[in-house]
Design a protein around this ligand. Structure first.
Ligand code: ADP
Ligand code: MG
Length: 364
């Protein structure tokens, strides 16, 4: 879909990147100053490389040999930044309709009302953009970008200015966009948890060079990446739906993939969709059905992959969705885990943390 080989130099920095991006979500991951934004801006057309080529679906967007440089607005890409600038004197509705009106009738594939529904902006439409919260601004920025029917959505750390809980919530919306609209995305982030939750493939940059590229779950655990990826805080950011509330108790039963999981924070309604966080290090692995413990969850799972990163072992457990568990090398040996092994994930209800601000019903 997107094919590139570019070089761009600044005073004491050079980006060199050769890559092909497919459909789905491709992450550009790397530490600060590694060239992520320079790469994304080259794709957007905001930065003109010194040398090389960029093609999208066979169309030349940039070619140093032929002197081609298609300007950003002619690339038909959408763009969302960390702090997206909305049109300040317009309402939310006008911000979203702006791009829609500029798009040729034949190129319009969805109605703005569908975007408003998808991103749950209905109650905000008449508001001025000056009094929106950070999370609301990013949802409006996403809707505005999508209203132009982009061939590709470019996202530069869109969650970086939001607090922890809200990041998971917006991430949930990005998953919905991927699932319901199928818009391909290039997603810049320095959060390994976000990238593992969202991306199909990942390109890892360090000092302007590609150090790993491939399926996200494999590329991110390469030894070249572990030096700066923060695995100690790795969390699973998972989509969940409330299936049952327990009267006055502050707990609820959630569907996560095929699993039923008891979580703390019961003041939610049945049918509500939310994003939950479970730290990889907060999960215990057992080979047998555990005897009764104080932990509320013993979830049957199957080992799908095992990756060793330095002294850590990441076990990818399949429960209809992927849950990553961190164990030690000695546990791996003691439990004799292999691909395909059936295991039980023991998780305390308090370790399943509903991320705030989602409050959405799952009805599409
Ligand atoms: P990242 O997004 O990964 O943090 P950037 O692509 O923004 O990294 O920057 C990579 C390097 O290029 C940094 O050292 C930065 O200072 C430098 N750089 C980026 N843009 C410019 C510019 N317009 N002029 C000079 N140096 C720049
Ligand atoms: Mg950047």
């Amino acid at each position: 879909m997107l094919e590139m080989n570019v070089r761009k130099s600044f005073a004491d920095f050079t980006l060199e990147c050769e890559a092909q991006f497919g459909e789905g979500v491709t992450a550009i991951f790397g530490p600060s100053g590694s060239g992520k934004s320079t790469l994304l801006n080259s794709i957007a057309g905001l930065v003109r490389p010194d040398e090389g080529h960029i093609r999208f679906g066979g169309e030349a967007l940039y070619s140093s040999g032929e002197g081609t440089h298609v300007p950003p607005d002619k690339r038909k890409f959408g763009y969302v930044f960390q702090d997206s600038a909305l049109f300040p004197h317009m309402s939310v509705a006008d911000n979203i309709h702006y791009g829609y009106k500029l798009t040729a009738r034949n190129d319009r594939r969805i109605e703005p009302s569908q975007l408003v529904e998808l991103l749950q902006l209905g109650h905000l439409m008449e508001r001025g953009v000056g009094n929106l919260s950070g999370g609301e601004r990013q949802r409006v920025a996403l809707a505005r970008a999508l209203a132009t029917f982009p061939r590709l959505l470019l996202l530069d750390e869109p969650l970086a200015s939001l607090d922890g809980g809200l990041r998971g919530v917006i991430l949930g919306y990005l998953k919905r966009i991927r699932r319901e609209l199928g818009t391909p995305m290039v997603y810049v982030s320095h959060s390994i948890s976000e990238v593992l939750a969202l991306a199909d493939s990942a390109l890892v940059l360090r000092d302007g060079k590609v150090v790993a590229f491939g399926r996200a779950s494999e590329a991110l655990v390469m030894p070249e990446v572990s030096a700066f990826a923060q695995f100690d805080t790795l969390e699973n950011l998972l989509e969940a739906v409330v299936i049952k509330r327990y009267g006055d108790e502050d707990i609820a039963e959630l569907a996560i993939g095929d699993a039923q999981v008891i979580a703390a924070g019961g003041r939610r309604s049945e049918g509500e969709a939310l994003t939950v966080s479970i730290r990889a290090g907060d999960i215990i692995v057992s080979r047998q059905i555990p005897p009764q413990t104080s932990a509320r969850n013993a979830i049957k799972a199957r080992v799908s992959e095992i990756h060793c990163v330095d002294s850590r072992v990441l076990v990818y457990a399949d429960v209809g969705t992927r849950i990553i568990v961190e164990i030690t090398l000695s546990s791996l040996e003691a439990l004799e885990l292999k691909e395909g092994t059936e295991i039980y994930l023991i998780i305390k209800a308090n370790s399943v943390i509903p991320l705030e601000g989602s409050g959405s019903r799952q009805d599409g």
